[in-house]
Design a protein around this ligand. Structure first.
Ligand code: ADP
Ligand code: MG
Length: 243
């Protein structure tokens, strides 16, 4: 049945790329189509997140299908959950014998403060399971120098510089990373961060890694760099309805 007028998308969405999956306008529809545990949807509900935003309805199916994604959506539209939910769904369970060891997802943000906000969104999804999520700082970086600690980490959130320092010190390896996200990608792909981003991308050795960039805006230069980094990506742009 067509959606009721009251549940029509609130945003205008344009998508470009091969085989763009249909949006999922509810979290239940997502659960029916993909392997998303009810536990994750319940965690969102408990945080007051009951209906997907435009970027979530459109972006989550793309990421659940394993595709690379460049997503552009205004500030405050829930971009963080749009990339975190697919990561939690794909990782399925905390690091262990079934999932291999070592960091499996890396999320990069331009400032420590933004990384902290992403960490807070992560904690909403992580409720009730023993996920090891590390917000990178000088202190956490030094605890990861111990391989036994490092092997139990599931998700790392960091600024590029902090992560590169650990890589260069041999205190981190990214050989098991399956998901790499650049948040605030307009800043991450500018001249200041690009060398560090390239070093991190180069250290992620799995050929089946999924990459995504999220931003409120993506200037032509950053878009070109993103396209060189992504494999067969889908690009979606969410605009406010009356703009
Ligand atoms: P953006 O990165 O697009 O600027 P955020 O991911 O920081 O937006 O989300 C902004 C706020 O909206 C956060 O407090 C987040 O928890 C909340 N939020 C995210 N998705 C939803 C949703 N589907 N319904 C209600 N609130 C949401
Ligand atoms: Mg954001």
């Amino acid at each position: 049945a067509p959606p009721a007028a009251s549940s029509m998308p609130k945003h205008r969405v344009t998508a470009k790329g091969r085989d763009v999956p249909a949006p999922a306008e509810t979290f239940e529809a997502l659960r029916e189509r993909y392997d998303v545990s009810s536990h994750l949807v319940q965690n969102l509900r408990e945080s007051g997140i009951v209906e997907p935003t435009g970027i979530q309805a459109n972006g989550i199916p793309i990421l659940m299908e394993g595709r690379d994604l460049a997503a552009i959506s205004p500030t405050g539209t829930g971009k963080t959950i749009a990339y975190l939910l697919p990561i939690f769904a794909a990782l399925n369970a905390p690091s262990g014998k079934d999932s291999g060891t070592g960091v499996r997802a890396v999320i990069l943000a331009p400032t420590r403060e933004l990384a902290g906000q992403i960490h807070n969104e992560c904690l909403k999804l992580a409720q009730g399971r023993k996920w090891r999520i590390v917000l990178f700082s000088k202190a956490t970086a030094s605890t990861l120098a111990d391989k036994n600690v490092r092997d139990k980490v599931d998700i790392v959130i960091s600024t590029p510089l902090r992560l590169v320092s650990s890589l260069q010190a041999g205190a981190l390896d990214l050989n098991n990373v399956r998901h790499l996200v650049l948040d605030e990608a307009d800043r991450m792909l500018d001249a200041e961060f690009l060398p560090q981003i390239q070093e991190i991308v180069g250290a992620c050795s799995r050929s089946d890694i999924q990459k995504a960039v999220f931003s409120a805006t993506l200037p032509a230069g950053a878009e070109k760099t993103a396209n060189e980094m992504l494999t067969d990506p889908i690009r979606i742009v969410v605009g406010l309805k009356d703009t």
